[in-house]
Design a protein around this ligand. Structure first.
Ligand SMILES: NC(=O)c1ccc[n+]([C@@H]2O[C@H](COP(=O)([O-])OP(=O)(O)OC[C@H]3O[C@@H](n4cnc5c(N)ncnc54)[C@H](OP(=O)(O)O)[C@@H]3O)[C@@H](O)[C@H]2O)c1
Length: 327
């Protein structure tokens, strides 16, 4: 598909009060998109709106909860009243809760699905009638590498992201030939506020599975996707395309590493008492794009990539050598 000019297009961005949503709104605004930003925290949205307007970007903020049908309809209605159209829906709002599956409260599991999965669907159903009437539109879903993979302590989150990718792939097929596009971005660990927002059952502050990337990596991928919609994008190499490849040829490797060390990898040695986090109500902490864990320095990512590729190369040659010797 030819690259689309984004100037003057209108986008609704959910989950815009922090992290990926915030930064994606900023990057889309820089590309000339007019914005309608939403999340539950009114002050955070207003801060973003002011920041965007100072840079000459048109923006309205409409607070709402993605689990409340009336709120979702209100956001779309106000966007249409103000701009007269909507071209792009960025489905971003998401939560996670850390704990062993059988220790997670049942309400956490259902709430994670209600936000991460049904929240995406609610917003898609609210914009689709307008997209169909226009004969165009783009649903851009912020997915996760855990939409395809898995990690300990994040079973409900991972399940919700798998479900959302499955839904998006079906929707993509249903919408073929309508002019409406569906895209997905498989996000690696990023330095957002998610780890300061998430509830935890193990009493230590959670942290992303390393390496951690800058939130802006995803925001820039979202702009590229908005220009060339209709793809499922993996924006990074080490914790992205290489991981998918390793999992395809040696699925036992990821299982072994994550099964042995994955839980510890996701804990900081910092006690924290956060049984509910931002799951049921918004919390004031963690406004803006960057969270408590900085991105992994580039040199460390490059060294890990070189090491992993050497290991995989050695493994492939070793297996090929053994097979030749056995013949
Ligand atoms: N961080 C990562 O490493 C990572 C990795 C893979 C994928 N992702 C995906 O990236 C997306 C954004 O996450 P993030 O990392 O930017 O985390 P974040 O900083 O915690 O942002 C989450 C956003 O969702 C909003 N939200 C949460 N519950 C909501 C609800 N019930 N109704 C409306 N909005 C709600 C939050 O705003 P309010 O609290 O103000 O409502 C916030 O704006 C998620 O879909 C996540 O699955 C993140």
């Amino acid at each position: 598909m030819a690259s689309q000019d984004l100037k003057g297009k209108v986008a609704i961005v959910t989950g815009a009060s922090s992290g990926v949503g915030w930064q994606t709104a900023v990057r889309l605004g820089e590309a000339g998109v007019r914005l309608c930003v939403t999340a539950r925290r009114v002050e955070a949205l207003e801060k973003l709106r002011h920041q965007l307007e100072e840079r000459g970007v048109e923006c309205i903020s409409v607070p709402g909860d993605v689990t409340v049908q009336e709120d979702v309809e209100q956001v779309v209605r106000e966007c249409l009243t103000h701009y007269g159209r909507v071209d792009i829906l960025v489905n971003d709002a998401g939560v996670q809760s850390y704990g062993l599956f059988d220790e997670l409260p049942w309400e956490h599991i259902t709430r994670i699905f209600d936000i991460n999965c049904f929240g995406f669907m609610r917003f898609a159903r609210a914009v689709l009638p307008h997209f169909r009437a226009q004969g165009s539109g783009h649903i851009l879903n912020i997915q996760s590498m855990l939409s395809k993979g898995s990690a300990p302590l994040l079973s409900a989150y991972s399940a919700s992201k798998h479900a959302t990718l499955g839904w998006a792939k079906s929707l993509e097929m249903e919408l073929m030939g309508t002019g409406i596009q569906v895209s997905n971005i498989l996000v690696p660990s990023v330095s957002s506020n998610m780890f300061a927002h998430a509830p935890t059952m193990f009493g230590l502050a959670p942290k992303p599975v390393p390496p951690t990337y800058d939130v802006d990596v995803v925001a820039r991928a979202a702009v590229r996707c908005a220009r060339r919609p209709g793809k499922t994008v993996v924006p990074v190499f080490l914790q992205g395309r290489l991981m998918l490849w390793v999992n395809a040829i040696a699925p036992w490797a990821g299982k072994l590493i994550m099964g042995q060390w994955g839980a510890r990898m996701q804990m900081r040695d910092e006690p924290v008492d956060r049984p509910e986090g931002n799951l049921f109500h918004a919390i004031p902490q963690g406004v803006g794009p960057e969270g408590p864990v900085p991105p992994t320095p580039r040199w460390k990512r490059y060294s890990a990539t070189a090491g992993l590729m050497a290991l995989m190369g050695g493994l492939v040659f070793g297996v090929a050598g053994l097979a030749r010797a056995a013949r």
